[in-house]
Design a protein around this ligand. Structure first.
Ligand code: SF4
Length: 307
């Protein structure tokens, strides 16, 4: 098994991560989509092959907003990164997100100021959770919302957006992921760690350094979960990712994506099409995406969109 660095932190074709790819690369996989298949193959099919629309939920929008505020917070001089400054960013960042994604405005009915105000208040409360576990005045992130990618097994581009990367003076890497969801942590922790290992694998393959710490920051509970991978583990993980991709290819060839019910079904947008809930999947698309490397829906989820 081989791996080659491709793009690290920048991207000549924004969003698709496909610049300067070796000609052997024929598919791409983001941690979100890989985690979808691992969680439930039918969910992967609905999202990546059928491309069924998903309504943004209030919870997802709140996650995107909090990620945006935390990213902007680090634009401020270190001494100015206070809870009050973060609070002041909430409304302007929400206005910006709604301008960029007008469907977000539909989350609240026209004139539903009370719900919109409560939404902003709960986003601010999550930021209080952030300040309970970190002091951003003492941090200088090396990267924020950075798209990273690597090729594994010669054929598969793996890529995703880091929330934050901290680099210590001795070169040690710490990958930080903000979790804003209100869902029970035990239902999502395996998925969250899978995504962090995915980033760790890309960083190891592109920079030759195994991240010292993979950090999940649970803002709702104001808790930190640190995990330290090692090279052997990442090697095994790489095999797992390649095997997962092979399983996706086989399922696609057979048009056979089974539902795998779990507690995560409560957060699934597609129960109406899922046999587990009495639904019927749409006919399998006749032809898949012509070029999986330019398939926008197979691209990595933006930070905060997968909470
Ligand atoms: S409802 Fe559950 S079983 Fe059905 S597609 Fe969604 S996650 Fe899979």
């Amino acid at each position: 098994m081989t791996a080659q660095p491709v793009i690290d932190g920048q991207d000549a074709r924004p969003g698709d991560g496909s610049a300067a790819l070796p000609p052997t690369v024929r598919a791409s996989l983001s941690p979100s989509r890989a985690a979808d298949f691992k969680t439930c193959p039918l969910l992967y099919r609905f999202r990546s092959i059928d491309r069924l629309p998903e309504r943004p939920t209030v919870e997802q929008a709140r996650g995107t907003l909090v990620h945006a505020v935390l990213e902007r917070l680090f634009d401020l001089p270190a001494a100015a990164r206070t809870p009050a400054a973060a609070g002041d960013l909430v409304a302007p960042q929400w206005d910006r997100l709604v301008t960029e994604e007008p469907e977000l405005a539909g989350l609240f009915g026209a004139g539903d100021d009370a719900d919109a105000a409560e939404f902003l208040r709960t986003a601010a409360a999550l930021l209080e959770g952030y300040f309970a576990v970190e002091d951003p005045r003492r941090l200088e992130p090396a990267e924020r919302e950075s798209l990273i990618s690597a090729v594994v097994d010669d054929e598969l581009l793996i890529r995703g957006y880091l929330d934050r990367l901290d680099v210590a003076p001795d070169g040690a890497l710490r990958v930080v992921d903000y979790k804003t969801g209100g869902a029970p942590r035990e239902a999502f922790e395996a998925r969250a760690l899978f995504q962090l290992k995915f980033y760790a694998l890309v960083l190891w393959r592109t920079r030759g350094v195994v991240p010292r710490v993979l950090r999940l920051l649970y803002l709702k509970d104001a808790e930190v979960c640190d995990y330290s991978p090692d090279a052997d583990e990442l090697l095994r993980f790489e095999r797992t990712v390649v095997a997962l991709w092979q399983a996706i290819e086989q399922a696609t060839a057979r048009q056979d994506f089974r539902p795998r019910p779990s507690r995560l079904c409560d957060w699934c947008n597609h129960q109406a099409h899922c046999p587990t809930f009495g639904g019927t999947p749409p006919p399998f698309p006749v032809a898949g995406p012509a070029d999986p490397l330019t398939d926008a829906r197979s691209g990595p989820a933006v930070p905060g969109a997968d909470e």
